[in-house]
Design a protein around this ligand. Structure first.
Ligand code: ADP
Ligand code: MG
Length: 351
């Protein structure tokens, strides 16, 4: 045993000397270490996650995928009974203490609900489940069923006091409209702690995108916007983003069923409980927060183009509205960033 230990020590010493030599040799190499590009495809939040990371350090894509899944299981999940949202929902009527992170998210979410006059409302969860649009039995509910759930819908039925949350009995929270955006924010915050990372583009299901830092060749980040009426998912156009910006799209083409020629999709008017039909096919929003880009795209879809303008201004956000007549409306700050890729559409200025 002793002999073995001695042998180990010698080996360790040799490795030590070897490493020392290598470090000296490696210095000039380290000084101009090349930025490597790592790409990966993962699955989280019920969607495909595509990651492109630029770094002089380790490939962090697996860690990043895990972080997004963790947000889902720890905070947002409706089905995982250990998530903070599931716990809040099961203790409606009582006051529950939540984590500092969730309190931050909820603060932004309820402010947006207020600013959009309830067009965006995180208490519509039971309605979405009643329609079961992506489930086994998608169907148009009876009016009595809708009325029964609508009485518990309303962001005013939730009170926030620091880390304490109280839901009225019967009311539930569903962060579906901001989940992917929160995922993007969490990754962005993580990257800020990673000094080796110089850039990243993260795409959650094509509907929420984060760009961070810059590309090694200095070229611009470009994100494609889906043609909401192309069944093959072809692109309508591309938007140029800067590091630190987030993009989100909400549309009636992601999740829907068609019955008697009508498209029943997953963005609901919280006042009626019905899918929103206002002539819009999709809304894409760019701003400097993932949560807000995601929440705003849902809110703007519900509000319609005209009523959405003051909300976008308040949040310093830019947007692309696509309507059923194949018009693409751009806000003023979007004009120089948007590039049309389909000549079946016409670009217009926001009315
Ligand atoms: P996606 O999740 O496909 O990217 P959205 O960000 O627009 O699309 O979110 C849609 C989800 O948001 C729905 O599945 C539902 O859970 C929730 N939702 C639907 N309508 C509203 C609304 N008016 N306010 C808040 N959340 C909503
Ligand atoms: Mg959204």
């Amino acid at each position: 045993m002793t002999g073995h230990g001695f042998h180990k020590k010698n080996v360790a010493m040799l490795i030590g000397i070897g490493l020392y030599g290598m470090i000296i040799n490696a210095v000039p190499v380290l000084a101009n270490t090349e930025v490597e590009k790592y790409t990966n495809t993962d699955f989280a939040m019920d969607t495909v996650v595509s990651e492109t990371l630029y770094t002089t350090g380790d490939d962090l894509n697996t860690t990043i995928g895990e972080k997004i899944r963790q947000i889902e299981t720890e905070y947002l999940s409706w089905t995982d009974e250990d998530s903070q949202i599931a716990k809040l929902n099961s203790s409606a009527g009582k006051t529950t203490e939540i984590s500092a992170e969730l309190a931050e998210y909820l603060k932004d979410i309820f402010q947006l609900a207020k600013d959009s006059a309830g067009a965006f409302d995180p208490t519509i969860g039971k309605l979405i489940r009643l329609w079961d649009i992506t489930g086994e039995n998608p169907h148009v509910p009876e009016q009595t069923e809708l009325d029964d759930l609508l009485k518990d819908v309303g962001y005013q039925k939730v009170s926030l006091d620091g880390y304490k949350v109280t839901l009225e009995k019967g009311t539930t929270l569903d962060l579906g409209a901001t989940g992917k955006g929160i995922g993007c924010d969490v990754v962005s915050d993580f990257l800020k702690t990673q000094k080796d990372v110089s850039g990243m583009i993260l795409n959650l299901g094509g509907s929420s995108v984060m760009v961070y830092g810059e590309k090694p060749d200095g070229s611009e980040w470009k994100v494609a916007v889906t043609d909401p009426r192309d069944v093959e998912g072809e692109y309508l156009g591309a938007i140029t983003l800067e590091g630190g910006e987030f993009l989100s799209t909400s549309g009636d083409y992601e999740k829907y069923f068609i019955e008697d020629g009508k498209r029943y999709h997953h963005i609901l008017d919280p006042k009626t409980g019905y899918p929103v039909w206002n002539g819009l096919d999709s809304v894409t929003v760019v701003c400097n927060s993932g949560l807000l880009a995601d929440g705003l795209s849902t809110a703007c879809f519900v509000l319609g183009m005209e009523d959405a303008q003051s909300l976008l201004e308040k949040y310093n956000a830019e947007a692309v509205f696509v309507d059923e007549d194949k018009n693409v409306y751009l806000t003023s700050g979007m004009k120089e960033r948007f590039e049309l890729m389909k000549n079946t559409y016409t670009v217009q200025e926001v009315k």
